[in-house]
Design a protein around this ligand. Structure first.
Ligand code: HEC
Length: 132
């Protein structure tokens, strides 16, 4: 039997490879574009108002932003030659996480502080990476 067929008879190996391929295809398809950013803007605004209202909805919104900034960090890391982008995204991620944890603990003053810093962090990255 040809080598390749022996190999294909190992379903576990094949499935593992497919999962790995799919995973890299998905992460490679992540892009920073206007759609992603408009979504981030909407979520950040909603987070800001839910924190002001001491609404627990803020927890999920901060979590969503934290996850998106993790993906943005990975995007810049993959892209290469974008150390600033990696750093800005990591900083935004840390602030979103801080907001999430504070809102979770119902410390909405601390959450508001983190969200204020998060919103200011947007501009830092835009000054370097956003083309007009
Ligand atoms: C790590 C870098 C980075 C951070 C942090 C960042 N952005 Fe962006 N943003 C970009 C880039 C790059 C673009 C340009 C995307 C494009 O149009 O291709 C952009 C574009 C935008 C746009 C314009 C979208 C449009 O209509 O085309 C908005 C709105 C926006 N960002 C909101 C935000 C908000 C709100 C935050 C903070 C909560 C934020 N961004 C944080 C990199 C970043």
């Amino acid at each position: 039997m040809p080598e390749v067929l022996v190999f294909m008879r190992r379903p576990f190996v094949v499935v593992t490879m497919l999962v790995a391929l799919l995973g890299s295809a998905l992460s490679a398809s992540f892009e920073i574009d206007g759609d992603l950013m408009r979504g981030i803007e909407d979520t950040a605004k909603s987070l800001d108002s839910h924190v002001s209202l001491k609404d627990a909805q803020a927890v999920a919104e901060a979590k969503e932003l934290a996850e998106l900034f993790t993906q943005i960090e990975a995007f810049y890391a993959r892209k290469g030659d974008a150390a600033d982008g990696v750093g800005f995204a990591r900083n935004s991620h840390a602030l979103a996480l801080q907001a999430q944890q504070a809102a979770q603990a119902r410390d909405f003053d601390a959450a508001a502080d983190a969200v204020g810093k998060l919103i200011r962090s947007c501009k830092t990255c835009h000054q370097v990476y956003k083309r007009e």
